[in-house]
Write a new protein. Structure first.
Length: 653
């Protein structure tokens, strides 16, 4: 399951202790303390989650902490809690924090704005009044197609205030992908920015929305925030509303709804093993409870921190660690709109220096981008405030890890590589930065209240040092509660493989020190720059092209992006490969999914390697592009001659 080199890397890895100065500020200050607290949380998970709940503001709190087990479970059933009250109101009502900056916005074009908790509260209440005036109610879905903006936060927090379920769709998705998400979630409203800056270009988001909602009966309103007033934005009378005009006329206050801790709060689509994306449903209160705990202990987040998580609001990372976890902890965070290396390669460092960021959270792909731009760029800036660098989303290779710690972290910052998924609504694996020794490349240790195992297909725990399937044995509050509109798919995708456990779809190794190393997916999902893409989703796009008979997509390792997709296609009889066709097929994927999924190459082949039952063996295609030949087991192959032909087709390019 794993490359031999990966395993030896684990065996040889060193342990690096967090610096004393950091340790002393940390919530958990030694490995022994972590072990004691962890054991206590596993022996009595209800006790642990109740202690987290004590730090939050409840409308009503009953005695039951956990009810049921996988896959039917609830946390604090019958208790009510409002996410927006916890993330905004309680800081806005506290005289000590009401004038504290909640968000520093920095646009790619250099626009800047600071928003205090009090100001955020005023705006959230106004937008909640707008939602209410349009008749949106608890459980209705609003689709949000915006980049990182203050207004995006206002909209999402307003939804939380009313129990309206939001669905953020990454603003890099195409009209087709957005439409699919709007239709499958039955959204009643779409909120978008008219446009976005990306590498200096103006992306016309509203035009994409217009295309996406054409003929979609469920959508009654489209609310448009004019991020770039000079962009030409046609509006449809009776359907489209200007955000600023609505806000100017909105009622200034709007009471928060009383919501059960398990009511749905948000919906986010992610790639699964089949072609169709899954709408992952998270409970609002449960998500708050979980993300508060992850953010507090894994980032040691404190009110005095200046914290920057570079994730885009289209991905759950920023909901976990900023929108909900970060704001619930009353932090000051930076919200950045565009590309991290635009208009010059040191843009990220410039932002760190300007705001004196001390905690930076990004993805391995961004850290590798820094490495690629080189040390000299980093040296132009004062990065001495950085004391914690966090990562999530893909394997963090030791080379990049060491470079980042030395060059960006001044040789002293703590690095915390966390592991999580859209479905886990948080990061069950991470270090507690002051307590757990760092191992470059590892994902740390299980979080309080989470019992993880590495198992074989019978559910038996494998020996330390041996790869297996990563599973979680017990329930936790931010674990996905459903797949929107498809409960069977929820049960089948996550709870059918290993009885009584949540199946992550990842392979992992636990080492002799109890640290976990996540090796990669065991299904047909690839991770491109931290974006999870289903290869089947790409294949189903390709085969819709009239020239294509069969398609197979595999990931090819890439220095910066982790992996890039490579598409293999066979053509209709009589058609010849051409540059035009390659361009058209790449464009088809961009249209159906988005530019981030564009294949690096399209390889035209005579035939695919298949099993006797006709299944394409993608592993062999992967081996040929990576190693030029197939070294693994070929006994299942239906037609041996195909391999030679494939090697020729591929190397003949
Ligand atoms: O394969 C794992 C990989 O990313 C997947 C989850 O992607 P997504 O749902 O987009 O999650 C976003 C995070 C909230 C996982 O199944 N992954 C995540 N973190 C790591 C990782 N692979 C290796 N190392 C990690 N630290």
């Amino acid at each position: 399951m794993a490359e031999a080199s990966g395993i030896s890397l684990i065996a040889e890895s060193e342990q690096i202790q967090p610096p004393e100065s950091y340790r002393l500020k940390s919530y958990v200050q030694s490995y022994e303390d972590y072990q004691t607290l962890y054991q206590r949380s596993i022996d009595n998970p209800a006790g642990f989650w109740a202690s987290v709940a004590d730090e939050l503001t409840w409308d009503e709190r009953g005695a039951t902490v956990i009810e049921g087990d996988m896959p039917n479970f609830r946390f604090f059933p019958g208790s009510s809690i409002n996410v927006a009250v916890n993330c905004v109101d309680r800081h806005a009502e506290n005289p000590l924090t009401k004038n504290k900056v909640a968000l520093f916005f920095e646009g790619e074009n250099g626009d800047r704005r600071a928003v205090t908790y009090l100001q955020l509260s005023d705006e959230v209440q106004k937008f909640a009044s707008i939602l209410r005036s349009f008749g949106l109610q608890k459980g209705d879905v609003v689709s949000v197609y915006m980049q990182n903006l203050v207004e995006t936060y206002v909209v999402l927090l307003a939804c939380f205030r009313l129990g309206v379920v939001y669905n953020t769709v990454f603003a890099g998705f195409s009209a087709e992908a957005l439409r699919e998400r709007i239709v499958s979630s039955n959204a009643k409203m779409v909120v978008c920015a008219n446009a976005s800056y990306r590498r200096g270009r103006v992306l016309q988001l509203k035009q994409t929305v217009d295309e996406a909602v054409q003929g979609v009966a469920s959508v009654e309103q489209v609310v448009v925030f004019n991020r770039i007033p000079s962009a030409d934005t046609p509006m449809t009378a009776g359907r489209d509303y200007d955000y600023d005009a609505l806000m100017a006329a909105a009622k200034p206050s709007c009471p928060a709804a009383k919501l059960d801790c398990n009511d749905p709060g948000l919906l986010i689509f992610t790639s699964g093993t089949s072609g169709r994306p899954k709408g992952i449903v998270h409970a609002g209160g449960g998500f708050l409870l979980g993300t508060y705990a992850y953010t507090k202990y894994q980032l040691d987040l404190r009110p005095e921190d200046v914290y920057w998580n570079t994730a885009d609001i289209g991905w759950l990372t920023s909901h976990i660690f900023v929108l909900v976890g970060g704001l619930a902890l009353g932090t000051t965070t930076i919200l950045y709109e565009g590309a991290l290396d635009y208009p010059q390669p040191g843009r990220l460092y410039e932002v760190v220096e300007r705001y004196r960021v001390n905690k930076l959270f990004s993805a391995p792909t961004a850290y590798r981008m820094m490495l690629k731009h080189g040390e000299e760029v980093a040296q132009r800036y004062d990065l001495s405030t950085l004391e914690l660098l966090v990562s999530v989303g893909e394997p963090f290779n030791p080379e990049a890890w060491h470079w980042v710690r030395r060059v960006v972290g001044g040789g002293k910052a703590v690095i915390n590589n966390t592991w999580g998924q859209t479905e886990t609504g948080g990061t069950p694996l991470a270090s507690l930065p002051g307590a757990v020794p760092m191992k470059p490349g590892s994902c740390g240790v299980p979080f309080f209240g989470h019992k993880l195992d590495v198992v074989d297909l019978d559910g038996q725990v494998v020996a330390d040092g041996t790869p297996g399937y990563l599973v979680v044995r017990n329930v936790f509050p931010s674990l996905a509660r459903d797949v929107f509109g498809d409960h069977d798919r929820y049960l089948k995708s996550y709870f059918s493989q290993v009885p009584g456990a949540y199946f992550t779809g990842d392979s992992a190794v636990r080492d002799a020190d109890g640290q976990y190393w996540v090796l990669g997916r065991v299904d047909d999902v690839i991770n491109v720059s931290g974006h999870r893409i289903s290869t089947m989703e790409m294949e189903s796009s390709l085969i819709q092209h009239e020239a294509v008979v069969e398609a197979a997509v595999v990931g090819q390792p890439d220095e910066v992006r982790g992996a890039v997709p490579v598409a293999f296609v066979t053509l209709e009889q009589g058609l010849a490969p051409s540059v035009e066709l390659e361009t058209a097929l790449k464009a088809q994927i961009v249209r159906d999914i988005g530019p981030f999924a564009r294949p690096d190459k399209v390889v035209f082949v005579e035939g695919m390697p298949k099993t006797r039952s006709g299944k394409i063996i993608r592993r062999m295609l992967r081996e040929i592009i990576q190693e030029g030949t197939v070294k693994g087991d070929v006994t299942g192959l239906e037609d041996m001659d195909i391999l030679e032909q494939l090697v020729q087709d591929i190397s003949g390019r």
